[in-house]
Design a protein around this ligand. Structure first.
Ligand code: ADP
Ligand code: MG
Length: 259
């Protein structure tokens, strides 16, 4: 059964001057534990789609369901990870991890224990009392992910979480984040403009057309080399190049206007 379902979803932004139709007729079903990547031209509505799933935006048309219930505003079931980590520089790592718990008025002792456990488990055990300024960009993003996990969401929405990082860090971090998400059994929706990241992390890659945007194609990513390959191994798998070329070509058609 689908955990996240979008039925004929459309979203228009209204300003005093104009109406911008960002998304139209989005139909989508995501299973529990599935990893979905979304790629598409800049400005096509990828972030808008995540905001809709998170309940921060309400669709102009159609319905969004999570666990068979219509989404009505934000919910602790859904966690967000963004391009910028938004860590507070004046708080230490542990106290940054408590922010979500404080906002949600979760049990402090329980949240703190969970935060410390996650730090330890994902290689940041010694950094609980460091300031974010003492951490590398990759470590900061790992802290941001752990902060999201402390609130125990079932679903993670990732909006270009690696794009502010240098190439080598993003390769390492995407590998780590992939393993953390699988280890925690979360459902994930990743928006990225890095095609190799999209293919190597996801079970399915969805390609969006230019605005007003819809999902133009869906690619099931499967490799003969195995069903539980790491992103690193997937990049070396035989069919990887096939997926890359096919999706690249589609994106080009959406980006370059036909003459
Ligand atoms: P993407 O993440 O794919 O780059 P967005 O979802 O951010 O695209 O934006 C989709 C379209 O909606 C863009 O044309 C953008 O200018 C417009 N848009 C986004 N947010 C707003 C807003 N708050 N008000 C009006 N238009 C918006
Ligand atoms: Mg965006």
């Amino acid at each position: 059964m689908a955990q996240i379902e979008l039925k004929d979803v459309g979203l228009s932004y209204f300003t005093l001057k104009q109406e911008t139709e960002a998304l139209q007729e989005i139909n989508l079903a995501i299973k529990h534990g599935e990893f979905i990547s979304i790629v598409g031209p800049s400005g096509c509505g990828k972030s808008t789609l995540l905001s809709l799933i998170s309940g921060m935006l309400k669709p102009t048309k159609g319905k969004i369901m999570i666990d068979s219930l219509e989404v009505q505003g934000t919910s602790p079931k859904v966690g967000y990870m963004l391009q910028h980590d938004h860590l507070f520089e004046w708080r230490d790592v542990l106290s940054n991890l408590m922010v979500g718990a404080e906002i949600r008025r979760m049990d402090r002792a329980k949240a703190k224990q969970k935060a410390l456990e996650l730090l330890e488990r994902y290689g940041l055990g010694g950094f609980a009392h460091h300031s974010p300024t003492q951490l590398s960009g990759g470590m900061r993003q790992r802290v941001a992910l752990i902060r999201t996990l402390v609130a125990e969401p079932d679903i993670l929405l990732l909006d270009e979480p690696f794009s502010a990082l240098d190439y080598q860090t993003r390769l390492t971090l995407s590998e780590e984040v992939f393993h953390i998400i699988k280890d925690q059994g979360k459902t994930a929706v990743l928006v990225t403009h890095d095609l190799s990241e999209a293919i190597s992390m996801a079970d399915r890659v969805m390609v969006m057309s230019k605005r007003p945007s819809t999902i133009s194609t869906v690619h099931e990513i499967q490799f003969d080399e195995g069903t539980d390959l790491s992103p690193w191994k997937k990049r070396e798998a035989t069919r990887y190049k096939h997926y890359f070329n096919a999706i690249w070509k589609e994106l080009e058609e959406h980006v370059v206007p036909s003459i």
